[in-house]
Design a protein around this ligand. Structure first.
Ligand SMILES: [Fe+2]
Length: 259
């Protein structure tokens, strides 16, 4: 089981959601916890420190990528000359791979100063992922993790919040049995099949998985805090924070966003 968290935005965290995620991990023992960016709200030292403490407390291997909130917004010197300084101090490389029992995770940094909201991926990144995907053992589900989504049908976002080369990249990576991409950023929960949405004519789906915010008070409209689970057979689950029980609860259907 893979636990997919996103948009923790430490600095705006809810302690009750943190406690509930710890309980979930104790009970379900996921083999890895993935965080698809926006670990912090304002890329501050104390926010990165709190995030690191939280992830270490789960006693589970974890895998993170940066989000646009993880580079400084107002500290202009750091924003321009060392935007990832604090992120790398706590989490090391911006792009990692991790092999677990059922999953092969490829992290991709889509954060650029110039493309702060929509993000960007380069031709070099696309080619590098091509090379990695071709070497992945066939018994692993191949999963790419990056912050901004590559597709959305949400009428308030469309493709303006997606990296410009996303569709081109999926055409490339789809050739190598890519199973899924895990994203956050929009604070919306969704799963799409990019093989259908981009009309790729592949013999298999390529899933685009969006996670909401797991612990932040910055909720999209009235959507509850949430996370995703990928089971070992590749099926997806969405779990939502239940205010009454103070636990995350599995819902068969995603609650409909008011917009
Ligand atoms: Fe974001």
């Amino acid at each position: 089981m893979l636990l997919h968290l996103s948009d923790l935005n430490f600095g705006t965290e809810r302690p009750e959601c943190i406690r509930a995620i710890k309980k979930f991990c104790e009970q379900h023992q996921p083999e890895v916890v993935v965080v698809s960016g926006d670990l912090t709200q304002r890329a501050k030292l104390k926010e990165f420190y709190a995030c690191k403490q939280f992830l270490e407390s789960l006693k589970t291997p974890y895998f993170v990528v940066p989000g646009n909130h993880d580079i400084p917004l107002y500290q202009l010197w750091n924003r321009f000359f060392r935007p990832f300084g604090l992120y790398q101090l706590f989490f090391g490389s911006l792009e990692n791979t991790l092999v677990t029992e059922h999953f092969y995770l490829i992290g991709m940094n889509s954060i650029r100063r110039r493309y702060h909201t929509r993000g960007h991926i380069s031709i070099e990144q696309i080619q590098h992922v091509d090379d990695v995907l071709q070497k992945v053992p066939v018994n692993k589900l191949k999963i790419i993790v990056s912050h901004q989504p590559f597709y959305t049908d949400n009428e308030n976002h469309h493709l303006k919040d997606c990296p410009a080369l996303g569709q081109f990249a999926i055409k490339e990576w789809g050739q190598y049995q890519l199973y899924a991409l895990l994203h956050g950023h929009l604070h919306l929960v969704a799963v799409y099949d990019l093989n259908k949405e981009f009309q790729l004519n592949l013999p298999h789906p390529v899933y685009e998985v969006h996670a909401g915010t797991a612990i932040s008070t910055r909720l999209h409209k009235n959507m509850p805090n949430s996370f995703n689970v990928i089971l070992n057979d590749g099926s997806f689950q969405h779990w939502f924070f239940d205010e009454a029980s103070q636990l995350f609860v599995h819902h068969e259907k995603v609650p409909v966003s008011p917009d």
